[in-house]
Design a protein around this ligand. Sequence first.
Ligand code: GLU
Length: 641
Amino acid sequence: MTRDTDPNATGRRAARRTEPSRVDRRAFLGALGATAGVLGGSAIAGATGDGRSGAGVPGVDCDRPQFACGRQVTAADGMVSSVDPIASGVAANVLREGGNAVDAAVALQYVLTVTQPHASGIGGGGFMVVYDADADEVSVVDSRERAPHGATPDMFLDENGEPIPFDERIQLGKAVGVPGTVMGLETALELHGSRPRQRLIRPAIDLARNGFAVDAVFAEQIAENWEKFNDAAREAYSDASGRPLEAGDTHVNPDLADTLERIKCGGAAAFYEGPIAADLAETVRGAGGSMTVDDLAAYDVTLDEPVRAAWRDLELVGQPLPSSGPTTVAYILRVLEQLGIERYDLRSPEKYHLFAEATSLAWADRNEYMGDPEFVDAPVDGLLSDDYLAERAAQVRVDDTLADYGAEECVDPGVPPGVDGSRGVAAAEEGYGSTTHFSVVDADGNAVSYTSTIEQLMGSGMMVPGRGFMLNNELTDFDAEPGGPNQVEPWKRPLSSMSPIIAFRDGVPEFTVGSPGGWTIITSVAQTLLHRYVYDLEPLAALSEPTVFTTDCPPIMWEDGVPAGAREATERFGQVWEDDPSDDFGNVQVIEVGADELIGAADPTRDGLAVGLDRGGECGHGEHETRGHRESAANGRGRTD
Ligand code: GLU
């Protein structure tokens, strides 16, 4: 990617025009010139595109009147897909002004800190997978939170040596990891960005200062987490009379605006050193944690070598350990390939059965071997080797289960190449539903797949007083009981399930995908890829198709729409299902780089939106853009038009 750090006046004017005070989410897109989720390149009016609501896409059955039911959008010159229409609009506008995919992603994450503080933010961490088209390289900016230096393996045990109940653990100061997001954004910008931070952070500052309309999900999370909030969070998320904010209310967060102003001027140092760091550490210690200003000053991201796995005629490239996500996704899909899953229909008993069995095999190995690679030597190559996966797949029967699930047996881990004995298991518990994923692809073929989190919805419930941002409780992703590869250790990163992936075909990015949802991230992402590539569903239909989730132990959790007949049939094989469907798993955001166009899809389970960019103005998808892409795709270097 090429750098351009010289702010230009045109961009500044455009940014000002797009920042009305008190922003309504979809009206905001209108102010940007978006029609049906597509931004025009040259004209505010007259933008074209064929954004279709989820209800209009074959296979998408949407019954969520409070949301727009997702969108599948096509455009030629750029695409953003995120859970928040405001954030998608801001990011698409960055692309329109000539910024690249990383610039847009940085602006987007800062906006989400303001508009969706329940799911991610500067008090958390995440994983950004970046494809740099110029360099033809994938890099990974790993901003996972770390345990403070004062953390100990037994810190989540009570005085009797028993794990502190999960519901209590999530609110402890000890659960707060040293946040990584600001360092991650600043590092990504330094490595790949072309626009100055000062410009990219401005929409977030304006939103925090001027306010925006609280949406249904944010309001629900304020209500559900009220008991967990500290005083600062309650004050920030209530009106002048102390009433919790509801959908449609205006939310302003001047403290957060000030914090972002400091980061705007001082970069990462403004967050990790000085008064913000002092307040952050004091808040954590006040709640019983050990975090010090030295921990914050010591924080840095790692630049990781991505995990790569062949699957069908694609290469899946994603975040390696400390996320178990992409490795486990690839494991599941490659076992299913060995099992010939394509022989069975989309909603057949065999498809669900084989998916659950492949997941159970993968889960047993995940728990047995995976942890922070700075502390644990996990046999990733062995786990993903053809011979080992063939050996694991050979244990699966199409009409029987791997263990006696009715007797609550679990699946055993295997022994992959590179391992001579057990590592010991103690799986962390996880909630389901926090976190956020978004993707950006620009006209030059650069791509970002970024999953970002504060762990639980609303994190620890603690807001740093006077600073306006929520603190994560990421350290609950460690095992409470010492002994396994994922035990707490000082300066260690907890094992994650986040699965930001870019799927490549012939060396060119074709599909970006990721999701929130704790453990279910892995199965949501795996099933989206399965539905897209094995069952040939359109992107929006692929991510909307009902999914199932299991671990190495029964029962199978399922979304509404998995047919009763299929569930009953697998019970005859020995599967055990939850009686009732779960709330929707995950919230998958994808972008597909098609032969002639970019296709963006946002999951209907929240109010997300994909926004595309067409530089053709009133001509829409012009011949020129289409031809240029074909030529560039043919020479294997992605989009260069
Ligand atoms: N902390 C979780 C992880 O890293 C994500 C939280 C969630 O999505 O619920 O896997």
